[in-house]
Design a protein around this ligand. Structure first.
Ligand code: FAD
Length: 693
């Protein structure tokens, strides 16, 4: 009998599955790359087949690999910066490497004359980033075994020279635990650490300066250890941009902002994930605040037919585009305005170079859709740009800013400048047309999707995801402008358009809301779903206590919606306490009428406690409300209540943590240190969960 099409598809899928299984992901790594198959990446894709780092370094003649464990791109960015600097200052032959693309059983034969660097972010509650999970499991294992067979006691990694930097956040309990643990394990295996392991602190807002302060002595130690000579650093591009005036930007194979190949060819194709967003319709949007000068958006995003799914407590990621106003500014100051729609092709100058977006594309598409052009500027990047200044006095100023931390802070950081704003300010409009475009592709962050705690219940609306987002608009004294958050102002513009508002963009930011080739028209936004561990107990009769001021209430709207439905369905609902706070009841008490309705469904099982910090003479916050209900909270905890905190990581989450320890201490008559241990134990057993940012 003849095979019909379906059979062939099934057979092909089985075959692929088998190949994939036996090749242990070798080919997946390539296929998973969203840009694989684009013209520019051909060489890299071919060279990317091995999972053997030593072989890879040999074939590409490298003597320094910088591994990164990165979740949001910062660690990856730091890795690239180390690679560039190692090459330009010390003549090292560097490459960066995604930890998940290599195996580590052969680290025991890592050549003595080479060096491995590890740039490791700590994620969530002290966990490795997704791409570092396998590496971490391997290296932390008590019976880790390498190809040559040496056990822990035999110091199998005695030949491995390594350097380490960690990215962490001191507001979390397991501060920088990734780099701390990995260095501990590597040292236990006899590896030879060069210099001190660095630690960057996002919580204190000093990540960049911590990195800069760590790397200078590290380079010195490394140079001593490897006998490297420092030379005057010159910019050495790892990418090459070629302009293609003969190509038409409208032609079908030019990327105009499409995230990858799946979006270039007609209809978008799944599976949709962190590498491939779904262009989702926004079916409903509204303003939640009643004041004019601040905005909080509620949006309903339809995922039906996309094969995306979520459960209550998950996150949705929104892929933003830059505001047209900032894209124009960037183009203008760099003298790129006239050729912004010129087709360009981007190539790696060596097989290990990674191109962060698909090619061929245009200047406009790269700046609008792929580069984080509005973010705070890195001081090191200012130094890198200095040689390309329009004249010598600007060059001197740039060099000073780049080398003097305090001066940089005063002149740049305190004014909230983004890159183009700084360049504009320094040159008074004179064009910066000597800067190679590759320096931006290599030196600026890839634009990052922003996460939102889903504010609906999947039990109530399986195919519709709610978002609750406060629009970022920051006025800092001393800053020359109002800082506008990239994503939330993009969402605001979409909402305005959906409502046919005559000024679709209240701040003239001028977003390209219909997307590349108008593919987002009809109010669409690119998204993917990230599953989280922030979950309701599976048994609805268990008591829960939720603390979520401001937009921190987002996931709890989902939680309460879910329990209200369960109550309507006749299930027994445990005590459901929600602590909420905002400025004024009449202004920013979001979803006020909905809470009433949930109360009708759940009766006395649901209780909402509110703190309005600016309504009364005294400022009241959620921590105060918790204290007022200390006895009941403690009683619920004794009944194994789950305790949840969502929202501001820097202050609120920490204060709530402290308040809870104090409550336990007072109520149970035990020392506070004991109570702190109880809270820690709750965290470890998932009875205390945080969703903070
Ligand atoms: P961005 O452009 O990213 O700017 C954010 C901030 O960075 C600015 O306010 C400013 O402080 C700083 N900044 C940016 N540019 C500069 C500059 N040039 N100079 C100095 N400082 C600068 N938010 C919600 O509203 N609701 C939620 O439910 C929610 N859930 C989240 C869940 C998780 C797990 C995480 C990680 C975050 C969550 N957030 C939530 C926050 C959200 O992801 C975004 O960070 C937020 O909406 C701001 O995004 P934006 O693109 O508008 O602002």
């Amino acid at each position: 009998a003849q095979l019909d099409t379906l059979d062939i598809v099934v057979l092909a899928a089985l075959l692929l599955g088998t190949v994939a299984y036996f090749t242990k992901g070798t080919y997946w790594a390539v296929a998973k790359d969203p840009y694989a198959g684009s013209l520019a990446n051909g060489a890299a894709a071919k060279a990317g087949k091995t999972r053997d780092i030593i072989e890879k370094m040999d074939e590409s003649a490298k003597n320094c690999v910088i591994f990164y464990g990165s979740q949001t791109g910062t660690a990856e960015d730091y890795a690239s910066r180390l690679a560039k600097e190692g090459s330009s200052r010390f003549g090292l032959k560097t490459m960066t490497a995604d930890l998940e693309e290599y195996d580590f059983e052969n680290l025991d034969s890592f050549p003595e004359d080479k060096v491995a660097m590890f740039v490791l972010a700590t994620y969530g509650e002290g966990e490795p980033t997704d791409n570092a999970v396998e590496f971490y499991e391997f290296i932390s294992s008590e019976d880790v075994s390498f190809n040559q067979g040496g056990g822990i006691s035999e110091k199998p990694l005695a030949n491995l020279k390594y350097v380490a930097f960690g990215l962490g956040n001191n507001t979390y309990e397991h501060y920088n635990s990734m780099v701390r643990n990995v260095t501990k394990f590597l040292d236990r295996l006899g590896a030879n650490r060069i210099g001190a392991a660095g630690e960057g602190d996002d919580g204190a807002g000093t990540m960049e300066e911590d990195f800069l302060a760590w790397k200078e002595p590290m380079w010195k130690d490394l140079a001593d250890s490897m006998g490297l000579q420092e030379r005057e650093a010159v910019y050495e591009p790892v990418l090459e941009v070629s302009e293609k005036p003969e190509m038409d930007a409208e032609s079908d194979d030019v990327y105009l902002g499409e995230p990858n190949k799946n979006h270039l060819e007609g209809k978008q194709k799944g599976p949709f994930n962190a590498h491939n967003p779904y262009i989702a319709p926004i079916v409903e949007s509204k303003e939640l605040f009643t004041v004019k000068d601040r905005n909080c958006l509620h949006m309903e995003i339809d995922i039906s037919g996309s094969n995306l799914s979520y459960t209550t407590g998950d996150h949705i990621a929104v892929w933003p585009t830059n505001a047209g106003k900032e894209v124009d500014r960037f183009m203008d100051i760099l003298g790129l305005d006239e050729k912004r729609h010129m087709v360009i092709s981007v190539k790696g100058l060596d097989a290990t170079a990674k191109i962060p977006f698909p090619s061929p594309t245009t200047y406009d598409a790269v700046v609008r859709y792929h580069m984080e052009i509005c973010a705070p500027i890195s001081r090191q990047f200012v130094s890198a740009l200095a040689p390309f200044s329009p004249n010598d006095s600007i060059k001197a100023e740039m060099t000073k800013m780049g080398s003097d931390k305090d001066y940089f802070h005063e002149q740049v950081a305190a004014r909230n400048y983004n890159l183009a704003q700084l360049l504009e300010f320094l040159s008074q409009g004179q064009k910066w047309n000597k800067v190679p475009f590759t320096i931006f592709i290599e030196g600026l962050h890839k634009i990052q999707p922003r996460y939102y705690s889903i504010s609906s219940s999947s039990l109530v609306q399986k195919n519709k995801i709610s978002i609750t987002a406060v629009v970022e608009s920051v006025e800092t004294p001393g800053a020359s402008h109002v800082l506008k958050g990239v994503t939330t102002n993009y969402l605001l513009a979409l909402k305005q358009k959906q409502h046919g508002d005559p000024s679709p963009d209240p701040h003239g930011l001028n977003y390209a809301i219909t997307g590349p080739r108008n593919k987002y028209d009809g109010i669409h936004v690119p998204v993917h779903v990230r599953h989280s561990n922030f979950k309701l107990p599976s048994d609805p009769s268990k008591p829960i206590i939720m603390v979520g001021p401001g937009t921190g209430v987002a996931p709890f709207r989902g939680f309460v919606q879910e329990r209200a439905k369960q109550a309507r369905d006749g299930e027994a609902i445990g005590k459901t306490m929600l602590f909420f706070g905002c400025r004024k009841k009449a202004e920013d008490f979001i979803y006020a009428d909905e809470w009433e309705a949930y109360k009708n469904d759940m009766g006395d099982s649901f209780e909402m406690l509110t703190a309005f910090s600016r309504d009364g003479a005294q400022k009241v916050y959620v921590q105060h409300l918790l204290k007022q209900r200390a006895a009941e909270i403690d009683r619920l905890l004794q009944q194994k209540a789950y305790f949840y905190v969502c929202g501001d990581a820097a202050n609120m989450a920490r204060e709530v943590n402290t308040a809870l320890s104090q409550i336990i201490s007072e109520q149970r008559g035990i020392p506070e240190s004991k109570a702190e241990d109880i809270v820690k134990a709750m965290r470890n057993s998932n009875a205390y969960q945080e969703d903070v940012w």
